[in-house]
Design a protein around this ligand. Sequence first.
Ligand code: ADP
Ligand code: MG
Ligand code: ZN
Length: 481
Amino acid sequence: MNSHGKWKVVIGLEVHVQLNTKSKLFCGCSNESLGKPNSRCCPICIGLPGSLPLPNKSAIEKSALFGIAVNSKINKSVQFSRKNYFYPDLPKGFQTSQFSLPICEGGEIKYLHDNMEKTVQLTRAHLEEDAGKLIHSVQDSATHIDLNRCGTPLLEIVSEPDLRSASEAKAYLTQLKQQIQYLEISNCDMEKGQLRCDANVSIRKNDSDEFGTRAEIKNVNSFKFVEKAINLEINRQIDILENGGKIKQCTLQYDDKADSISVLRLKEDAHDYRYFPCPDLPPVFIDDKIIKKLNDNCPEKPIEKVKRFQKDYKLSLSDSERICQESNFANYFENLIIKIGDVKKSKNILLGDISKLLKDKNISINELPISIDDISKLLNFQNNGSLSVSNFKKAFILKAESNNPLSTILEKNNLLNDDTHSLADIVIEVADANPSELLRYQSGEEKLKGFFMGQIMRKTQGKANPAELVKLIEALKTHSN
Ligand code: ADP
Ligand code: MG
Ligand code: ZN
């Protein structure tokens, strides 16, 4: 089952997601990660005496939408609690979080791992405020504090200990991130710390049903590092146990530069935080109407979309996963199919020319600088033989670079194949010059097709597109002069 011989691995993840609300969780300060240090804070978010918090409706709705999407139970009455601790980056000395009445309880995330569908049960997802940031400066050997991040809304998603390897953890995280992006409740930019993960890891003997003592790796901000850190921790624990030692519940830190983990502190338990309901924040009631509205607007799950595209559009799993990676990209695919009426062509252009352009320009599908109408026109020209494959690519790029109408671009750069452009005229000319052959052809002498083919090929010096030519000759059957 795993590569660790007589040991089995158990992992549970806590994921912090920064919600993309306009303002912070309890005040009107901007939630954008912009501005000079300490320029986006007020008495409420730094907890000055006498200030009173007011919950952000949008943060509550975004959290509830997450719960609806992953089949959690949404608590109708939500309580904020104080989590007391010494936080050097949170001056008020407690974090406003949720404890006994979190917004979402239970739920599940289905994900694919080695082509198998697996499920992670969620314990809960609760809303809490983030802390500020300490900046350790080498220049002046001092630690500075930036409180801009204080009070920004985080959704903490806690999983049950259902994962059994580092690579399962990575696959689950990938699915979770995709689900959150589909819901558009966070930008999930890991480099900006908008999605962070704590990984809880324990091991137990292969024949044991009891979980071992867990250690928690804090705040890892890339999926690759989560995987590496978990594997390091598994090996650290195996080493300890195989040398007769005992695992102590602890908090660890992963250093990505050194690719190593180290113990930060021995672990606190929930009771150490002395949670109690925040006296400044009475329970928030979530209306049935809001739940219904969120339910009605909840988009298809990414994993469902992948399956549907495989089935409806006969895509391979990898193509379907590629297309469904981003919901806007997947939506665009379905719009292309409607416009073009051909799944294979839609797929080829999306994963070909369009994807290449997005990558070269480092933009998203919403910013694609060429309209679906123009793409469809280009494909039509290609289908009727008047635009070669290489000229299609040229025209596509030129249109993406320019605001001129497509027809102007095609004309100016002489991209349409002139021979086939006027082919219809040549066919008519030849027909009109040979009235008796035309008559015989029209009265059923099929072999005259060859005669017309020959005449026209001679006239165009062999440049006519044969498929197009056959169509035009067919059409002569109803031509009258
Ligand atoms: P805390 O805030 O103290 O870390 P939480 O209840 O928020 O506690 O999170 C506990 C996390 O640890 C959950 O994700 C859970 O699945 C995981 N977990 C609990 N027991 C174990 C274990 N024995 N091995 C691995 N993970 C565990
Ligand atoms: Mg924890
Ligand atoms: Zn504020």
